[in-house]
Design a protein around this ligand. Structure first.
Ligand SMILES: [Zn+2]
Length: 377
């Protein structure tokens, strides 16, 4: 972490941190804040740091990160910090949950000096929930702060957005990204292969949450192997590799990458749904009791996900090679500048076709043949 970060444990987002810390120091923190930015960029982390800064008694205005209050906030167990989250298949923030949380902020805070309500994703609030929130904005109560987290600030009701202070969080620079990921890896005590870490950082686009998701993705080593085979197949022996059948190295690595990737449908059902909000009713509805047996070549979800990840890796690899770097995996292909451009186009085309293409394996096969020059681009 750089010297300038006011909040403990938050890497990057220096401007946002400074602005929030100053507002707290002056006692002028707005009652409605919108934290926007892409998934995994650190919106929740910053929102929790803000909660610690407001409630910590060891380091008021900053948050020590170590006292009981700070720890309970991090674990989601502080009574004055309520999360309002999307529920069920629709992922909507329901009006009943919103009303209960709003009602809970009407009295004095239970423990600390302030009430915080964190709404995630705020753009998925049902209209009635948003309207209930608007009413509270008309007569803001001192010490009550709503933090709206969203990837799509444009999807918030304009009336809600106009009553909030908006803070946009952009990607971290490589130094902050590395620091954020290192800290999280240490904290979670996970062992990471250097190659996996490097790949995750390359693919993360400045989003530490995305890097961690990749690090913990059990299919990442298989994806790297798949990329190796795909590059080999798009080189000189394209046809031999491509049409070597299911047992050939290319499709064996495809199968490995597909079947090691996670499909939420295949996960065993939990005992019961976790409670979503403080004070709210925990849903007792059981999920499907039995996990389905996975198909031998993976589920359609796993296939799409694998192809999506592969195209990401492939594009990063090609861009690195174009810059004269070694790339993500060893690659003996020698490509002229025109070949690079053609291959990037092929992979981009493949990436955009994943959603509408019912046969992802065939799409991959055609893309490799086109990249190798066996098919017209
Ligand atoms: Zn503390």
């Amino acid at each position: 972490m750089r010297e300038s970060s006011p909040f403990r444990g938050v890497h990057g987002h220096a401007q946002a941190q400074t602005m929030l810390a100053r507002a707290i120091d002056r006692g002028r923190l707005h009652h409605g804040l919108v934290l926007s930015g892409p998934a995994g960029v650190g919106k929740s982390r910053l929102a929790l740091a803000l909660a610690r800064a407001l409630l910590c008694e060891t380091q008021p205005g900053r948050g020590c990160g170590e006292c009981t209050i700070c720890r309970r906030i991090g674990e989601g167990r502080h009574t004055d910090v309520a999360w309002l989250r999307g529920e069920g298949k629709s992922g909507r923030v329901r009006v009943q949950a919103a009303r209960e949380v709003i009602a809970s902020t009407q009295g004095a805070p239970f423990e600390g000096r302030a009430h915080l309500v964190l709404i995630d994703p705020a753009d998925r609030m049902m209209d009635q929930a948003a309207n209930a929130l608007l009413k509270t904005f008309e007569e803001p109560r001192p010490g009550v702060h709503y933090v709206l987290l969203t990837e799509n600030p444009g999807d918030l009701l304009p009336t809600v957005r106009s009553r909030c202070t908006s803070i946009a969080l952009g990607p971290l620079d490589p130094e902050d990204l590395r620091a954020a990921v290192d800290a999280a890896v240490d904290q979670r005590e996970i062992e990471v292969e250097p190659a996996t870490l490097r790949t995750a950082l390359e693919l993360a686009d400045g989003r530490p949450g995305r890097a961690l998701e990749l690090i913990e993705d059990p299919s990442l080593p298989a994806l790297r192997q798949l990329l190796r085979e795909v590059l080999r197949a798009s080189g000189a022996q394209a046809r031999a590799q491509l049409y070597s059948g299911d047992g050939g190295a290319l499709w064996a690595s495809w199968k490995e990458a597909v079947t090691t990737s996670v499909d939420p449908e295949l996960l065993p059902a939990p005992e019961a749904e976790p409670a979503v909000i403080k004070g709210g009713r925990a849903s007792k509805k059981k999920r499907k009791s039995k996990a389905k047996a996975p198909p031998v070549w993976g589920t359609p979800f796993q296939q799409r996900r694998t192809l999506a990840r592969l195209t990401e890796l492939w594009l990063v690899h090609l861009r690195q090679r174009m810059r004269g770097a070694a790339g993500l995996v060893e690659d003996t292909n020698t490509l002229a500048p025109d070949d690079f451009v053609r291959q990037v186009r092929v992979v981009q085309g493949l990436e955009s076709s994943i959603v509408r293409n019912p046969n992802v394996r065939l799409a991959l096969e055609q893309a490799i043949a086109t990249a190798a020059g066996s098919l017209p681009a």
